[in-house]
Design a binder for this molecule. Sequence first.
Ligand code: GLY
Length: 429
Amino acid sequence: MKILVVGSGGREHAIISAIVRSKPDAEIYCAPGNGGISDIARTVPIKQDDIGGLAGFAKSEKINLTVVGPELPLSLGIVDEFNANGLRIFGPDRSSSLLESSKQYAKAFLQRNGIKTAGYRSFTSFDAAMGFVENKPHPAVIKANGLAAGKGVFISKSIAESKKYLDLILNKKIFGEAGETVIVEDYINGIELSYMIVTDGNVYKSLATTMDYKKAHDGDKGENTGGMGSISPHPLISRDLEESIKRTVIDPVLNSLKKEGTVYKGVLYAGLMIKDNDIYVLEFNVRFGDPETQSILIRLKSNIVELFESCIDGKLDAYDLEFEENNSICLVMASSGYPSNYETGYEIDFDGVGSSTADIYNDKNFFIFHAGTKKKDGKYWTAGGRVLNLCAKGSNIPHIINTVYNAAEKIHFKNAYFRNDIGRNVWMP
Ligand code: GLY
């Protein structure tokens, strides 16, 4: 069986690692991949937004299954293009992907279906947006409508700050087309968490819960990032809360999609805010979270290839999705300065841990997934903001925390940076 994974991050490395465990004889390709992925899959230099190129490759190589990691190709219609060419692909189609690629679309969908979300207005004109925020209580949330690589959301504490963010997005166009429309949203001060499910368009199954560390620095300080770490299960999602999330968010969302004629297949990630026992949907992602997926998939007991296939075939009902009864952690090693300005191109020295790949090292419970790396002349080099994901699983929480932090101290590259409180702040406060 030939499998193509689209993407180049730690999430894709973790997906490929799970595919290797599920189907050791599969021939795996990754476009474009990264340094670590190149050790366990054949990397193909096709960019994730080159939909025609990816479809052409899948056709000529007779790829049996394609799995899409990031949102960009989904929003560009990779699934529609592959389906039109008779190619099997896991992920939602272009119109379903609007739930992530247009915040305005997602908010309107939630409102018209009576699903709780923060109140909002959308604007294309700076003056009209200013007229609104000048009379709005602050804090307020200002968001670019389109895809902005996790950087498009600002919490504004004052009218002056709102003016600065609106100017950056609408006048200075820092997000390009993605910022042509701006959403100004009510700020809800509650507990933020996320919940991921996988669906075949008929039934859904919940993924293991996970907590993402979005902020750059310890104590949840600093800029929003794509995620600096994750732990699973989520320590705050009790069985009762999980049932409420399903009843008040997941069921109505999937029923509303069906009612509106959308057959949603793939992963749906709901970003939620909980306040006074009410659950609000803040946003959707139409894909696996990164780095949430890394801590989830190392706990996966079931066969991931069968999961993808059963979603495509509408047979998820008969699929048994099981996770190990343990805990897991993912620590992101980044280039200092991420997510703003950072340098790349530095050699990564793995000598201290004896392995550079996702291969299970030592006690079979420690994994290295590569994100922004490339391999050249047999050596690994930094090539992005998030560089490596150090992951561990087990029932002994202090042990898994120590495993990833000891490894982080032994892996060296210039300007390496990581948070010191992943897992520790909730498991060992
Ligand atoms: N970690 C958040 C995301 O994947 O969007």
